[in-house]
Design a binder for this molecule. Structure first.
Ligand code: SAH
Length: 235
């Protein structure tokens, strides 16, 4: 079923990738009984709403190439979109960040069991990690799904991206309202939306949007601010 669903969405999987997704599903459902990872656990639901949804990045023209690129996934949770993308794009290197230690511990096991060699894991908050020179402005792409409203998310994610690189934000409906509210954050952080990739999931007819936001200039060192400031007073 995994292969079929991805093929319907123009993504061909190798046997190895099918096995990796299968194993990921088993680990996710198993560990979900011990730690809170996801409310979606039915096989078909997980494949569509977590695996395929995360994988939509590969169907965005110009984002995937044969080169080696570095991608940061902020607020990865149980590994979305980072793990499916690491399975699908082996020549890209992924750094997955989350502020919950237990989720990072789970992902250590996933990477080991799936033999994923292109994934690094880091426990921390965007507000701290984004100030660390090992991470700041080091990535070709930042990605993030279901973490925060766009003005907040831009302040979390843009510091990680190299000048000329992109932040790809996974959004569902009402993304236009979020974009309107994010105009001043985009100006302050010197970035602009270059492309909105639109997808319709046949599974439940729902729409998905990947906003591709290009960073034009270096981020001022005062960003990201402290957590309470970002949330109380979004840019
Ligand atoms: N991206 C995943 C998880 C979404 S839940 C998915 O789409 O399923 C949001 C996750 O973001 C949680 O795991 C939470 O711990 C993490 N998170 C929230 N704020 C964060 C911050 N400031 N820095 C790092 N991680 C954060």
């Amino acid at each position: 079923m995994i292969r079929e669903i991805f093929e319907k969405n123009q993504i061909a999987l190798t046997d190895k990738q099918v096995e990796q997704f299968q194993k990921y599903y088993e680990l996710l459902v198993d560990w979900n009984q011990k730690i809170n990872l996801t409310s979606i656990t039915e096989y078909q639901d997980v494949i569509w709403k977590h695996f395929l949804d995360s994988g939509l990045f590969v169907n965005c023209k110009d984002l995937v190439s044969q080169e080696q690129k570095k991608v940061l996934d902020l607020g990865t949770g149980a590994g979305f979109p980072g793990i499916p993308l690491a399975i699908l794009i082996p020549n890209y290197e992924f750094t997955l960040v989350d502020s919950l230690r237990k989720r990072i511990d789970f992902l250590e096991i996933v990477c080991k069991e799936l033999n994923l060699e292109n994934v690094k894991l880091f426990h921390g908050r965007a507000e701290d990690v984004g100030k660390d020179s090992k991470f700041r402005e080091q990535f070709d792409f930042a990605v993030s799904r279901a973490v925060a409203d766009l003005p907040v998310l831009l302040e979390y994610c843009l510091p990680f991206v190299k000048v000329g690189g992109r932040f790809v934000s996974y959004k569902s409906r009402k993304y236009e309202e979020e974009m309107d509210r994010a105009q001043s954050a985009m100006e302050t952080l010197h970035c602009s939306c270059q492309n909105v990739y639109e997808f319709s999931l046949e599974f439940d007819q729902s729409k998905r949007y990947l906003l591709s936001i290009e960073k034009k200039e270096e981020t001022d060192s005062k960003y990201p601010r402290k957590p309470n400031k970002i949330k109380k007073n979004p840019l």
